[in-house]
Write a protein that binds this ligand. Sequence first.
Ligand code: FAD
Length: 511
Amino acid sequence: MAEHEREREHVKVAVIGTGFGGLGAAVRLRREGITDFVVLERAGAVGGTWRDNSYPGCACDVPSHLYSFSFAPNPEWPRTFSGQEHIWKYLEHVADTFGLRPHIRFNSEVKQMRWDNDALHWEIDTSAGSITAEVVVSATGPLSDPKVPDIEGLDGFEGKVFHSARWDHDYDLRGKRVAMIGTGASAIQIVPAIQAEVERMTLFQRTPPWVMPRADRPISGAERWLHRQLPFTTSARRGLLWGIRELQVQAFTKRPNELGLVESIAKRNMKRAIKDPALRDKLTPSYRIGCKRILLSNTYYPALAQPNVDVVASGLKEVRGNTLVASDGTETEVDAIIFGTGFHVTDMPIAERVIGADGRTLAETWTGGMNSLRGATAAGFPNWMTIIGPNTGLGNSSMILMIESQLNYMADYLRQVDVLGGRAALDARPTAVQGWNDRVQERMKRTVWNTGGCNSWYLDENGRNTTIWPGTTTEFRAATRRVDLAEYDVLRPAAQANRAGRPAEKVEADA
Ligand SMILES: Cc1cc2nc3c(=O)[nH]c(=O)nc-3n(C[C@H](O)[C@H](O)[C@H](O)COP(=O)(O)OP(=O)(O)OC[C@H]3O[C@@H](n4cnc5c(N)ncnc54)[C@H](O)[C@@H]3O)c2cc1C
């Protein structure tokens, strides 16, 4: 072992990210009695999604009592769908309450991690130094790295340009001609929040979203008092919210035609606010509701009906000076462009930075699309797991439910490695990964995400749905309750298995 390696800090577990996934993992590690871990975070504060998305109008679209940890209920949620600042504060509170801060290394961006087959550990290079870890838990987020389309002439635009997830609060939008590019979940929150202050708003819409009414209201002082005094009422509220969403899943996964009724509610939501038939035509989707994420808003359509708003039913194709040219030829002069164009989801950026046992990156092994075992581990990447990995996303419920299931899996994984004794690592068997993905893709065939007639960010460039879980959260919880050792090869250090120094040896698990 080289001298510099001996000096490198070594930990049992390195977690990456301080969003719901990373903080949740850290809490769970402590609860499992593991304190030899660090949490590496590229930013200077915790919060992930809820630190980075500070755009006007930013809020969750799953009710707060469900969009929070089951082990950290918050009786103080101010609204049924709370705003970004409250969710961010909640995550700060979680970090403090569970004593996570001493573990967190801020401003430590993971640049690369390499699996060392002899030492059976990960070598991790960060912007703040190097470290080795027996296990890596990667919680870098599915919607963490903003995606800006490659638009001809954008570099020559003289006005202001930013992405919704990197809002420039120093830029004063008042009196400006603003282009909003995209009609996803962020865009439909931003448009009504800034429409009244800008001089002119032009919305570039490639595909209209389905927008349902939003049952948002302040949570009264009496309700909050009740939740404080009788904590079971918070759990009961959460349980009800969860149960309703769980019952809806069948319509998404097995009987998309039943969603026609939901479409009629969304159409009524539009008709109430949009009186102009031509505008209504532009805003009416031509695909089955649910195929893309169903959006919730009571203010989006009323904002679009205002005289200072134009909807261009076409994507942005080119920028010429300060003029934006849409694919249908429409030209619009603007002072600022806001991209609400989403994130790198199916091309998870961290995958390019993980180098596995055979020297290839995870991205290289995923050229045919992301795949994993139970949304967590990948063949050839021993002792590496991801939170919110492939096919763990939800179309209609809280991602925190999926994260907590993955934390169960993580905890059992670490227990299994301990039980094996000595130095050991687990490597997902390719056949197990294949089997899991075949089952997921088989179930996917009937879902609204694959059959609904849309092209969404759930699908990768090959048209394969590698993001969504095609079942209930209960099914996913059951599938991730325990690690099945039959799905893994057990690796032992080469030195232990063979003093001649052959690479780590695969050993049949006893289980
Ligand atoms: C605007 C918005 C609204 C949303 N609303 C909902 C909702 O209502 N309901 C719902 O279920 N889901 C919602 N989501 C999805 C949301 O992303 C997840 O619910 C959840 O917050 C993801 O948590 P995470 O910890 O996995 O990722 P994130 O919160 O994205 O955290 C990832 C962290 O990893 C860090 N990181 C990334 N790469 C590196 C690196 N190389 N080195 C070090 N650190 C790194 C990032 O800085 C970040 O702090 C929303 C997403 C967005 C963008």
